[in-house]
Ligand binder design. Structure first.
Ligand code: ATP
Ligand code: MG
Length: 624
């Protein structure tokens, strides 16, 4: 077991411990994930069967990466959602889904249509959107502020009806997956074999576990009580999905052994120092973490005039790095607070012919048009399901009255009814839909797509087209056989495969656990990070978010703020983030003045940077 020699003393202790409930609590880059994967290897080498070990991570991508690190010899690594869904499918018949081939995962948009039906049935006047918000909160044990007691009563009534409706239709959403499995685990006939598979449970990113997930862990570990969790309270960034520091503290209190790792093997020492400067303002530094990695570059912060300038500067710096051979594109990441911020960077990278991958961009179910397309594909598998059709076609009231009422009052399939109908006297949209449905009835995946583009999306935007084409490619080229399998896979996957070639454009939330040699964090401005200054707890969470972002960097870290941003189509002036000063800059002022002098004349700055780049680097290094 030579691999054990690579570990430091504390890591070794964690990997080989015989304690049952173990918390490895330590800061970023200290080898928590490494310890977790090495422990799996160690357990396997000591005769534990792979069927007795299960590991949880936060994203499918992290799971894939861990499976890869374990040379594909072990693949019981799941997200809480994917595990619960798998178990629900195994127990489908026992749980009352026996009428269905499978359990269908549905999107929020679809649920809004269901809510519309319920609103009609109950004859109430509430907006489906606010009802949906309530239902989501209720499923996640979060508080919802009702305006009146009447509202509370009706919302709860709708909730039960909604769940009943979903159950009758063999459907669940993301919020149901874990709770449904958890609530039924005691009734599942093969519960024992589930628990036997959980002889050793290992959890990465434990700080972001929420209450329901923690309850699930308690249940799964109830037989053997072996629970090995690694986490860092300074990286808790999912409070909005109800992760809570009380959970890690509760586990800590019940742990047999707590191990702290205090050496960071990822970040150069100056990067770690800046990150530590920042996070100490949250007053809960877990341990003195240090790094022995010598800096190659100074940590850089630039105040820039606007976001397009920022995009230009980031892309030109990346270009220079690649041309000089400093970094390959896939060793570089650009991190941002919100998804929309990547657009300008994408544009500049494209202009410079630099390959990139925008993570989360292919989150199909986040885009309305692809959700409609998905609904349509689902409809093909379930041709009697007119709700899917409603969603796909975005059917308006007139059309609803003309067609859907007829569907409801006969036994015929929606498709047949519409195709048989003479609708020459109704709207052109309805005619177009009829045309579309005729194509659907013949069903050719390729032809269907092209017709859809014309009919459903009159004038698709470039972005819509990009998504829809990507979805089509998956539908046509997938190795999976049925539509259903392909769609479930799309809906369950939180990100795509790692692109081996491109610069990574990625939100900070999704960058958790990852590392890159070269990291750019853009728009470090107030109202962006932190998003608001109202609440001290929120500011702390945002500080942790910036800490996560900074600690992704191994060698080169660049932060920038931009004075002008376009937000909701309006040009807005934003201050640099309050966090910038917390990083403790020395010798920074001159460079700041220097940038500011040049700031209004892009060309001047460009000339200086291109012709005299070394000089600028020197100023930064000399720390005048
Ligand atoms: P995060 O909190 O960001 O998830 P982490 O604590 O999980 O970080 P890892 O990703 O496991 O940290 O490790 C960070 C880097 O340090 C990885 O590249 C890992 O291979 C390396 N590393 C960890 N421990 C050692 C060690 N003992 N010797 C050499 N490299 C190590
Ligand atoms: Mg990790």
């Amino acid at each position: 077991m030579e691999y054990l020699n690579q570990l430091n003393k504390e890591q070794y202790k964690a990997v080989t411990t015989n304690s049952k409930r173990v918390l490895v609590a330590s800061s970023a880059g200290s080898g928590k994930t490494k310890v977790l994967t090495t422990r799996i290897k160690y357990l396997l080498d000591n005769g534990v069967s792979p069927n007795e070990i299960i590991a949880f991570t936060f994203t499918k991508r992290a799971a894939k990466e861990m499976i890869y690190r374990l040379n594909n010899k072990f693949n019981n690594i799941y997200t809480f959602h994917s595990y619960s869904y798998k178990m629900l499918l195994n127990a489908k018949d026992e749980l009352g889904f026996n009428k269905f081939d499978s359990i269908r995962i549905v999107t929020e948009e679809y649920e809004l249509y269901i809510l519309n039906e319920i609103i009609n049935d109950l004859n109430i006047k509430y907006s489906p959107k606010s009802l949906m918000q309530f239902i989501t909160k209720r499923k996640n044990n979060l508080e919802y502020k009702f305006k009146t007691t009447d509202e509370a009563r009706i919302y709860n009534q709708v909730y039960y009806k909604f769940q009943e409706y979903m159950m009758q239709r063999g459907e669940i959403d993301f919020d149901d997956m874990i709770s449904l499995f958890l609530n039924n685990i005691d009734n599942i006939s093969f519960k024992d074999s589930i628990l036997n598979q959980c002889k050793y449970i290992l959890v990465d990113e434990f700080q972001d576990t929420n209450q329901i997930q923690y309850e699930l862990l308690k249940k799964l570990s109830s037989k053997y009580n072996n629970l090995f969790c690694v986490g860092d309270i300074n990286q808790l960034i999912y409070s909005f999905r109800s992760s809570d520091v009380r959970i890690i503290n509760e586990f800590k209190d019940s742990a047999d052994e707590i191990i702290y790792l205090n050496q960071n093997y990822r970040c150069a020492s100056n990067i770690l120092e800046k990150a530590n400067n920042l996070i100490k303002h949250n007053h809960n530094l877990q341990s003195d973490i240090y790094s022995n990695i010598n800096p190659k570059f100074k940590v850089i912060y630039h105040e820039l005039p606007d976001t397009s300038y920022q995009a230009w500067e980031v892309a030109s710096t990346i270009k220079r790095f690649i041309e000089k051979g400093n970094y390959k594109p896939n060793e570089i990441a650009v991190l941002f607070r919100n998804n929309y911020q990547s657009t300008e960077i994408e544009y500049e990278l494209k202009r410079n012919n630099i390959p990139f991958i925008a993570y989360g961009k292919l989150k199909f179910f986040k885009i309305a048009s692809t959700r409609r397309m998905i609904a349509l594909y689902q409809f093909l598998d379930n041709p009697s399901d007119y709700i899917l059709l409603l969603q796909a076609l975005q059917i308006d009231d007139i059309f609803y009255d003309l067609i859907i009422k007829r569907i409801k009052s006969t036994n015929k399939s929606p498709l047949d009814i519409i195709i048989e109908m003479n609708i020459s006297d109704i709207s052109t949209k309805a005619q177009a839909i009829k045309e579309l449905l005729t194509i659907i009835s013949k069903y050719d995946r390729k032809q269907l797509f092209e017709s859809l583009l014309e009919i459903l999306f009159n004038n698709p935007t470039d972005k819509e087209l990009e998504y829809l084409r990507a979805l089509k490619d998956i539908m046509i080229n997938s190795q999976l056989k049925t539509n259903k399998e392909i769609l479930d896979n799309i809906l369950l996957s939180d990100d795509e495969d790692i692109n081996e070639m491109g610069v990574n454009l990625i939100t900070i939330h999704r960058a958790k656990g990852l590392e890159f040699k070269c990291v750019f964090i853009i728009s470090v401005n107030d109202k962006i990070i932190p998003q608001s200054l109202k609440n001290e707890d929120d500011i702390k969470e945002e500080r942790r978010l910036l800490y996560v972002a900074m600690t992704r960097a191994k060698e080169y870290l660049y932060l920038s703020s931009a004075e002008y941003h376009i937000i909701h189509g309006m040009r807005k002036r934003l201050n640099p983030s309050i966090f910038v000063n917390e990083l403790n800059w020395t010798g920074f002022c001159l460079f700041e003045c220097f940038t500011k002098l040049c700031i209004f004349d892009r060309i001047v700055l460009e000339v200086i940077k291109n012709d005299n780049w070394n000089y600028i680097q020197q100023i930064e290094i000399v720390e005048i």
